[in-house]
Design a protein around this ligand. Structure first.
Ligand SMILES: [Zn+2]
Length: 328
């Protein structure tokens, strides 16, 4: 008896030490092997003079602050990072639409009844202004939107849909098919409930390679709104690169990064969060590297993640004042 107790104590201590070591390691930077990457020398800058003028407005619906070391793995800082839930209002001469949907006015009713853990972690935020209120402020009714484009089908990107009854949802076919086998049913069918009966139109990123991206979909056929696959976060996760005559090119990254340092370093978010929200770890890392390289090739393009409150505020300021800031 004595002997087995003597055994248990050191094993217990070893396991505790191992657990503590792993927990501490999760906050350390993770090496991405960048030594073998090609050095980007040339960037093809696009002549945007013949493209249409496109207005881009971030509509921030909610926010939460988290310590930087959770948003960026290896950032040794507890400084608050503003994580937001936004939609983007895009006004092209031939279409007015949203990229993602922010939050609806009843979002807390949709979230009540989901698991306690979910509500206390990923679904924790302050509702600031619903998407319907934002649209009213801009003199728009939901019926005046031509469609909504969804970066992916996580709950926080479709949470504005209940305020947009009848508006067509454009969704990457890969994303929609994958969600039918999983995402729709998570958290007691939250995403299915939020999407309600809105009509759905599927698109394919089946067009030619674009810059360094393997395929594309030219949304309106004029080269101004390019949908580009950024898979990994979810299977059919899709970014939108906006080429326009009246301002800098803008690349909306969806959740390929949470905040700019994710693609600048590059670094994932803390592995606890990363593993909770990422469908395919290896593919999501490849996408992060691809976005990192793209940002080096194109310092003139504003790369903006959908949860990055600080980047969105910087962009809005530059857009409204006409002052060009370094946007990366
Ligand atoms: Zn998200």
């Amino acid at each position: 008896m004595m002997k087995s107790r003597n055994c248990i104590v050191p094993v217990g201590l070893s396991l505790a030490a191992l657990g503590t070591g792993l927990a501490l390691k999760s906050f350390l930077p993770q090496r991405f092997d960048t030594a073998s990457w090609f050095e980007p020398h040339t960037s093809m800058s696009l002549d945007t003079a013949s493209l249409p003028s496109i207005e881009i407005t971030f509509l921030r619906c909610g926010s939460v602050s988290i310590p930087e070391l959770l948003a960026v793995r290896g950032a040794a800082s507890f400084a608050p990072r503003l994580i937001v839930h936004s939609a983007v209002l895009i006004r092209h001469p031939r279409a007015t639409f949203l990229y993602d949907t922010g939050l609806c006015s009843d979002i807390h009713a949709y979230l009540s009844g989901r698991s306690f853990f979910f509500r206390q972690t990923l679904a924790r935020f302050t509702l600031e202004q619903s998407i319907s209120s934002h649209l009213r402020h801009h003199g728009l009714t939901p019926a005046q939107l031509d469609f909504v484009l969804l970066s992916h089908l996580h709950w926080d990107h479709v949470s504005g849909v209940p305020d947009l009854p009848g508006v067509t949802l454009r969704i990457n076919r890969v994303e929609y098919e994958a969600a039918r086998n999983g995402l729709f049913e998570q958290e007691k069918g939250l995403v299915r409930e939020l999407l309600d009966n809105n009509p759905v139109e599927l698109f394919d990123c089946a067009g030619p390679t674009y810059e360094s991206f393997r395929s594309s979909h030219d949304l309106l056929g004029d080269g101004s709104l390019m949908l580009l696959p950024l898979p990994g976060h979810t299977a059919g996760h899709t970014g939108l690169l906006i080429n326009r005559a009246n301002g800098p090119r803008v690349f909306l990254l969806g959740d390929a990064a949470w905040v700019a340092p994710n693609y600048q370093r590059p670094a994932t978010m803390h592995p606890f969060l990363w593993s909770r929200v990422t469908t395919d770890d290896a593919t999501a890392r490849q996408t992060l590297i691809q976005v990192h390289q793209f940002s080096l090739l194109h310092p003139e393009i504003a790369l903006i993640a959908m949860h990055d409150g600080w980047q969105q505020e910087l962009f809005e300021h530059a857009e409204r004042t006409g002052k060009v800031h370094k946007l990366q």
